[in-house]
Design a binder for this molecule. Structure first.
Ligand SMILES: NC(=O)c1ccc[n+]([C@@H]2O[C@H](COP(=O)([O-])OP(=O)(O)OC[C@H]3O[C@@H](n4cnc5c(N)ncnc54)[C@H](OP(=O)(O)O)[C@@H]3O)[C@@H](O)[C@H]2O)c1
Length: 275
């Protein structure tokens, strides 16, 4: 019987796979006030397990089956190819009512539901790497047996990772194309801006710091809710420097390039989901 069934208020979470995303999720849970004794992580490598135990003071000595048997929420953070094997390990050990959550990219909810006991609630998450610094954007989609309460629980689990939105599973490929792969588009822009700074005579360090702070600041301004085109117009005075720069972005079809990039990510996500 889990602690929650005994009347405890904080659900026990088992994170299966303590890699980059698994550790980010553990850190976010703890940062959000989840008690460390309600979180455990499983890892294949003992060394990595010890490292995580030391850094976060969470239990890391269980097998996937043992951790699942102690958990109210079983959160898969292993690579997509390993998901079926891990599901087979835990299926017989889930407690009644346990919620299965997965961040594995491209694995459809149906693949979980067919390997887990009938009626198991499943929630699929598409997170992104800025979750590591609490600035992530995650979309969550409910499986056949996941209720509003289950989605609310996943929102609680992910609260300290950043923005969390609810979507239908069919929209996860589009989410992957925008926020899942999106950090790479922003890094690409930052890198290009820094390179331009170097070309114009700034040191690389200075150019990179300016580019990072500018993208971060623009993101913070845009988060205020005004339309990005309005914000762009506001910094484009007639005959000025910014409008000259934006005209070059248009001449080089940068907007069309971003749309084509996102479409390519979307198509690839669909392909991987069918594989
Ligand atoms: N990183 C991202 O930006 C991102 C974004 C969205 C979604 N995701 C999803 O997050 C998941 C994890 O990605 P990641 O980048 O965190 O990968 P990762 O760093 O390789 O983490 C996976 C971890 O799982 C461990 N593992 C492997 N087999 C296991 C098993 N049977 N039981 C328990 N642990 C096991 C691995 O250990 P070993 O190294 O010892 O094998 C590794 O530490 C993936 O499904 C990915 O699609 C990641």
């Amino acid at each position: 019987m889990t602690e929650q069934e005994r009347g405890g208020s904080t659900p026990a979470v088992a994170v299966l796979g303590g890699g980059v995303m698994g550790e980010a999720l553990v850190a976010a849970l703890l940062a959000g006030g989840w008690p460390a004794d309600r979180v455990e992580v499983t890892e294949q490598s003992r060394q990595r397990g010890d490292e995580l135990a030391q850094r976060h003071e969470v239990r890391t000595d269980g097998t996937n089956a043992e951790a699942a048997a102690r958990a109210d929420v079983v959160l898969l953070a292993v690579k997509p190819a390993v998901v079926p094997a891990v599901l087979d390990e835990v299926a017989a050990h889930l407690t009644a009512g346990a919620l299965v959550v997965s961040v594995a990219a491209g694995v459809p909810i149906a693949a979980y539901e067919e390997r887990l006991p009938a009626g198991t609630p499943v929630v699929r998450v598409m997170p992104n790497t800025p979750a590591v610094v609490g600035k992530g954007a995650s979309a969550i989609a409910a499986g056949t047996h996941a209720s509003d309460e289950h989605l609310a629980l996943v929102e609680r689990v992910l609260a300290a990772t950043g923005l969390v939105v609810r979507v239908a599973e069919k929209d996860l490929d589009a989410v992957t194309a925008i926020s899942g792969s999106g950090p790479a588009y922003a890094f690409y822009l930052i890198d290009a801006m820094a390179e331009a700074g170097v070309l114009l005579g700034l040191t690389r360090d200075l150019a990179t710091r300016l580019a990072v702070a500018t993208v971060e600041g623009a993101g913070a301004l845009a988060a205020g809710g005004e339309h990005p085109a309005v914000l762009r117009e506001r910094v484009s005075s007639p005959g000025g420097t910014t409008v000259a720069a934006v005209a070059e972005l248009d001449a080089h079809a940068v907007r069309a390039g971003v749309v084509a990039a996102a479409r390519a990510a979307y198509e690839r996500s669909r392909e991987l989901g069918r594989a």
